[in-house]
Design a protein around this ligand. Structure first.
Ligand code: MRU
Length: 341
């Protein structure tokens, strides 16, 4: 059996042509409430991405693509909408990648609305397909009863398909391979605690949540670490949720294989190393406040980078829809570019 989008009981995104609206699962309400909200304007799309009602690199790319369909329908200036949406979250390259594809289609278009809708549908369908393929390739890494550490949410909730890192687990399960997952809670916005536990347990995968500072304690018991990515440079350096680099360092110390799972749309062929990757800084209140309560002395300063870069030499392999890339990544990524053309 193969894991597929249809086997999941929720949809992260849907475009309703009859109403000209995007319906998204509001991820800020999880795990307590499964609430779907409608987006009808580019501004609403911008705010949904900014506030992380929709999040995860592939999913924000798909959402922005449909945002441009709304722009065309609402007779808004599509070019202006592209730069507006592109600025909303700077690290995940899937966002600018999807917007660039939409712009290319717009410049060749004779029927702007329908051409953009077709392109957005294609981007979404490719995402679904890529997730399934990554699952297929990555599931070979999962041994029966493996203990696997994950970080943030690189699951179905972060894509329009079965997910990247968590898609591997769904694919393994569909083949009859069981595993136990240790999900880092992922301060400050707790994607690991709120979202990963929600979708894994909903899909019958045994899951423990651990605080981020427990990773070193549990790492010696792990067989594998699986994470997603927001942008991968051509040398394999990988930007992902803050805390990923720390996990990779701990994994190397304990000789636990550390794999990144990401589609080709997450590779940035214009960046030669992680130093060139822009890192999003988010607002201080995400750290200063817990729910509505202040937890930091007012006089203290706060740092809140949303992502870090894991150096390529800490990465065992990168699972893509085209197969698993192995070091040296420069050469493997070069081959990927050539085959993709
Ligand atoms: O800030 P977020 O929640 O959008 O960050 C998401 C991550 O870092 C994921 O691990 C990454 O996007 C890969 S998701 C398939």
């Amino acid at each position: 059996m193969q894991a597929s989008r249809n086997s999941l009981s929720f949809k992260t995104i849907e475009f309703k042509k009859s109403k000209n609206e995007i319906t998204i699962l509001d991820q800020t309400k999880l795990p307590e409430q499964e609430v779907y909200v409608s987006l009808k304007t580019v501004e609403e799309v911008y705010n949904a991405i900014k506030t992380m009602q929709v999040r995860g690199a592939p999913l924000i790319g798909v959402t922005a693509a449909y945002g441009l369909v709304l722009a065309a329908n609402n007779k808004e200036n599509v070019e202006k909408a592209t730069s507006y949406l592109q600025s909303v979250r700077p690290t995940a390259v899937n966002l600018s990648w999807a917007i660039k594809r939409m712009m290319t289609r717009a410049t060749q278009s004779t029927d702007l609305y329908n051409d953009l809708l077709n392109e957005a549908d294609t981007i979404r369908q490719n995402d679904v397909f890529s997730c399934e393929k990554m699952g297929e390739h990555g599931s070979a890494l999962v041994k029966n009863n493996a203990h696997i550490m994950v970080h943030c949410n690189a699951g179905a909730l972060a894509t329009s398909g079965i997910g990247t890192a968590l898609g591997v687990l769904y694919a393994a399960k569909a083949r009859g391979t069981q595993c136990v997952v240790y999900s880092c809670e992922t301060r400050p916005l707790l994607q690991g605690a709120r979202l990963t536990t929600w979708e894994l347990t909903k899909n019958g995968i045994e899951t423990y949540v651990i605080c981020d500072n427990m990773a070193a304690t549990y790492m010696p018991n792990m067989d594998l670490v699986l994470v997603g990515a927001d942008r991968i440079a051509t040398n394999g350096d990988t930007a992902n949720k803050i805390g990923t680099c720390g996990l990779a360092i701990i994994a190397q110390y304990y000789a636990v294989p550390f794999y990144v799972v990401a589609p080709i749309s997450t590779f940035d062929f214009t960046r030669v190393s992680g130093e060139d990757i822009p890192i999003e800084t988010r607002c201080e209140d995400e750290i200063r406040r817990f729910n509505t309560k202040n937890i930091v002395a007012k006089q203290a300063k706060v740092c809140n980078p949303a992502f870090d870069v894991t150096p390529a030499d800490l990465i065992t392999g990168i699972v893509t829809e085209k197969g698993i890339l192995r070091p040296p990544f420069n050469a493997a990524i070069e081959r990927l570019v050539r085959n993709d053309k």
